[in-house]
Ligand binder design. Structure first.
Ligand SMILES: [Zn+2]
Length: 293
């Protein structure tokens, strides 16, 4: 019995590796000439409890440390692998302790280094299911930016859906399906571990529903549900309750106004409900304008 099981396992891994190798044959071309702040290094820091910022100046990557290893959310561009690694080690943690990898959206500016980090750490990559085909072909099937592979395809361990929980050690994250920017864009909500002052915080890692396509929203054939998805996400996000919030891009939550490199630990700087509500209001206005076109 054991031998058969092993044979099947070997066969399975062979099929998996060969189909994956085939998928990888499309040349990956990460777009160049983007925002220079996307690759500009930034000093890592502790946001609240067991949540840390390990991204670049504008592309946010979040490290959540737990009693059973770490969770990393978003990687930025392909070249960010080394800066994320250095940031994690600068904070006193081990890169090799990353156990779970997540993303807020399947675009190359958040997934560029994901496949390489997955390979080096052996961590499980979990994705909101509607983004899974895009993740599997490196962005080729993206409804708006597709037609070329812009990041290395990533092997998926688990497919997630709205309200699924992700458990690691003493931390539980809830994935919130917030589609519209991509089909499987999502946010994460969790309560941090207690800090030295005995305080823990409910944190929203938000993917704000900005509109990628320039097409009329009711005529996007590659994403017929886009208008309904954006409306759903705007409504859902307005209702969320949290103590602190951050987002996929530093500019979206005004990181550089709230934190200066080397500043003391100050979770309260990331409360800013007003900034969150104002941003959603702007996005709602953009959406209404686009729908009235
Ligand atoms: Zn994006």
């Amino acid at each position: 019995m054991k031998i058969i099981a092993r044979k099947n396992l070997l066969l399975f891994s062979f099929l998996f590796i060969s189909s994956f190798a085939f998928a990888r044959q499309a040349p990956v071309q990460e777009p160049t000439g983007g925002n220079p702040e996307w690759s500009k290094p930034y000093a890592p820091f502790r946001i609240a409890g067991n949540l840390y910022y390990v991204g670049t100046y504008d592309l946010a990557s979040y490290l959540i440390t737990t009693s059973q290893g770490h969770i990393l959310i978003n990687t930025g561009l392909a070249a960010s692998k080394e800066t994320i690694k250095a940031s994690i080690e600068k904070l006193g943690f081990k890169y090799s302790d990353i156990k779970i990898l997540l993303t807020t959206q399947a675009h190359y500016d958040h997934l560029g280094a994901m496949a390489a980090i997955q390979k080096e750490t052996g961590a499980m990559f979990m994705v909101n299911r509607p983004d899974s085909s895009v993740v599997a072909d490196g962005g080729f099937s993206d409804y708006a930016l597709g037609g070329k592979s812009t990041f290395v395809p990533i092997p998926v361990s688990n497919y997630l859906k709205n309200d699924d929980t992700i458990l690691l050690g003493n931390t539980v994250l809830t994935m919130l399906h917030h589609p519209g920017h991509t089909k499987g864009s999502c946010s994460f909500l969790f309560t941090t571990s207690k800090d030295e002052k005995g305080k823990s915080y409910r944190v929203l890692i938000a993917n704000m529903p900005t509109i990628v396509t320039e097409q009329k929203l009711t005529e996007v054939e590659s994403y017929p549900g886009i208008a309904g998805d954006l409306a759903y996400t705007l409504t859902a996000m307005k209702k969320l309750r949290f103590d602190l919030w951050v987002a996929s891009h530093a500019s979206q939550f005004d990181l550089h106004k709230k934190h200066k490199p080397g500043a003391l630990y100050n979770p309260a700087a990331f409360a800013d409900r007003k900034g969150y509500d104002e941003y959603l209001k702007e996005l709602q206005q953009d959406y209404n304008k686009r729908m009235a076109q």
